[in-house]
Design a protein around this ligand. Structure first.
Ligand code: ADP
Ligand code: AMP
Length: 216
């Protein structure tokens, strides 16, 4: 199963991706997570990406495509994958398509998570992320049992720098300008399916399952 999760920052892609990856036994490949790991480790890739990420802008396509070419070559991506946060521009989608045609591994479905801008601002500004394991909580919608402490690993929960409100507003504008055109790109290929991304995490997950069962 080869799936792309499309939707604005805060739509709940990461939250749902964890569940889908487990249920279908495919790797959850999040470009944001890979980039943040590189920033933490101070790699050359991390150094190239950091200023763009801090501003809520997109990291240049050539950097992302090099990184994803390597990631797709890893053994666990042979039998499927779930992309979260990639592709994010039409050139990225075109390059991915070329790569997957070469490998004989076309995308099965693109899930567009539909949620309005007001809700995503609430979700992002309240998001808390574990510095230890990367688990995601929300201070109101999905609070941890003890404030500031990860339920899963006991690590420290923090607000991502790019979840500050001014950066969030830029990220939404960047989404509208650079990523929304992908909806037409994938619609034209008959791959786009809409998922109403409001409601509980289980409700949204149920809607996704119904679609993915058609492709399993
Ligand atoms: P994305 O990966 O699309 O940026 P996340 O999965 O990190 O989004 O979710 C953003 C925030 O919204 C997190 O704090 C998460 O706990 C919360 N969240 C995710 N799904 C829902 C939902 N269905 N209802 C309310 N809050 C949600
Ligand atoms: P995310 O975790 O998906 O919200 O991504 C965090 C940040 O990483 C984005 O605001 C971008 O700066 C960068 N990023 C993640 N994925 C991509 C991508 N596919 N193309 C360009 N930049 C990306």
């Amino acid at each position: 199963m080869r799936v792309i999760l499309l939707g604005p920052p805060g739509a709940g892609k990461g939250t749902q991706a964890v569940r889908i990856a487990e249920a279908y036994d495919i790797p959850h490949i999040s470009t944001g997570d890979i980039l943040r790991a590189n920033v933490r480790e101070g790699t050359e890739l991390g150094r190239k990406a950091k200023s763009f990420m801090d501003a809520g802008d997109l990291v240049p396509d050539d950097v992302i495509l090099g990184m994803m070419g390597e990631r797709l070559a890893e053994a666990d991506a042979k039998n499927g994958f779930l992309f979260d946060g990639f592709p994010r521009t039409v050139p990225q989608a075109e390059a991915l398509e070329g790569l997957l045609i070469e490998r004989g591994q076309p995308i099965d479905v693109v899930l567009r998570m539909v949620v309005d801008a007001r809700e995503v601002v609430q979700r992002l500004t309240g998001r808390r992320t574990c510095t230890g394991c990367g688990a995601v909580f929300h201070e109101a919608y999905d609070p941890p049992q003890a404030a500031g402490v990860c339920d899963k690993c006991g690590g420290k929960l923090v607000q991502r720098d790019d979840d500050a409100e001014d950066v969030v507003l830029n990220r939404l504008e960047v989404y509208r300008r650079s990523t929304e055109p992908l909806e037409e790109f994938y619609w034209g290929r008959g791959l786009l399916r809409d998922v109403e991304a409001v409601g509980t995490v289980d409700e949204v997950g149920g809607r996704i399952d119904t679609i993915l069962r058609e492709h399993a």
